[in-house]
Design a protein around this ligand. Structure first.
Ligand code: ACO
Length: 321
């Protein structure tokens, strides 16, 4: 059995900040941001919470799937920006939905989070343990970026995306590949609370996201291309036989480099980075929901999803829609 997506949903905060708005507050320009990243605007949480956005996206996915929250057996939620350390946003979403029969588990794999969570759902379904799983990717990155650091704050946005998966014999996830390289973790860093007890009082050093942009750029282009190549090869497929590539929306230039490497048709790589910025773990399910609702995905379509980011982590999924 495979994990097969039967419903999707997403949520974006109401407040939109354009590059022009940013240029009024810091030394940057629309031209610089668009030419380096493809981003024109992003949504930023003002009244929304991480769990609240996730629950809204999840409820929309359940409605799309025609499923009641009480039917869910598991909630897998990926985020690096929860509202609390305890309870997890996964448990908060369970409570908000009234998913009383589900176990709720949170997963941190930064921008690969949704892809890793979907792979985890696949493992539970393959093992025959559960058949109805909600997978969510949600971020409020706006609270983790340093708004005085123009090289990072212009990149990120907030939002949530969700998918309901059930077991299918012929459709759904056919194969996946996932990796991490903890030794390169410093390329994208954000500290949690330091030691602070009777014996030690450590200072919080990296309160906000710090990134080596060029290192992350090189990593992303190399590893995403490599993981898609591997997945295509072991499934006997050429890049042209894939109908749609849903890549993590970090940066338009990273996506363009992957297209070039795969010698693939750019039309098969839809994007929303220009409107949403980099929403980290939420970007893949946000784009997936947009495509699903627009009727862009047809039964039997071959889809590749790729996530890549902090950790460092990366992975790709091959699924039949
Ligand atoms: N506006 C204007 N100028 C800027 C800005 C800005 N917002 N930010 C930096 N600059 C300046 C720098 O100060 C520097 O000026 P200097 O030459 O006078 O010192 C100049 O622009 C070039 O800076 P670089 O950091 O070298 O810029 P680069 O061309 O590498 O672009 C960027 C930066 C866009 C972050 C790029 O490295 C990149 O795309 N990296 C990928 C990282 C990414 O997408 N991360 C997302 C999170 S991780 C993930 O999702 C996978």
């Amino acid at each position: 059995m495979n994990a097969h997506i039967i419903g999707t949903g997403s949520f974006l905060p109401e407040k939109v900040i354009t590059n022009f708005d940013l240029a009024e507050r810091m030394e940057t320009s629309d031209e610089w941001i668009v030419s380096r990243t493809g981003i024109r605007q992003r949504h930023i949480a003002v009244e929304e919470s991480t769990a609240g956005m996730a629950a809204e996206a999840a409820q929309r996915a359940l409605t799309d799937a025609g499923m009641q929250a009480g039917e869910l057996e598991m909630i897998l939620l990926a985020t690096v920006s929860p509202d609390h350390i305890v309870p997890s946003a996964a448990c908060e979403v369970q409570a908000m939905l009234g998913a009383v029969n589900a176990v709720a588990i949170e997963l941190n794999a930064a921008c690969s989070g949704f892809v890793f969570a979907l792979n985890t759902a696949q493992a539970y379904i393959r093992a025959g343990i559960y058949t109805k799983i909600l997978v969510v990717g949600v971020e409020t990155l706006s609270k983790l970026v340093d708004w005085t650091d123009r090289s990072t704050c212009i990149l990120f946005g907030d939002g949530a995306g969700a998918a309901v998966v059930t077991a299918s014999e012929n459709r759904g996830i056919m194969d996946f590949i996932q990796f991490s390289d903890g030794a390169k973790g410093e390329a994208l860093l954000c500290d949690a609370r330091p030691l602070h007890n009777l014996f030690v009082r450590q200072e919080l050093k990296q309160e906000y996201v710090k990134m080596d942009g060029q290192e992350v750029f090189k990593f992303a282009v190399r590893r995403v291309s490599e993981s898609i190549d591997q997945l295509l090869e072991r499934n006997g497929l050429s890049s042209g036989e894939i109908d749609c590539y849903i890549l993590h929306q970090a940066n338009a230039r990273i996506i363009a480099s992957v297209i070039k490497h795969l010698k693939a048709d750019a039309d098969k790589f839809p994007t929303n980075v220009e409107r949403c910025g980099n929403t980290s773990g939420a970007s893949v399910p946000l784009l997936l929901d947009e495509l699903n609702r627009a009727g862009h995905l047809k039964e039997g379509d071959r889809v590749i999803m790729s996530g890549f980011g902090g950790g460092l982590t990366w992975g790709s999924i091959y699924m039949v829609w």
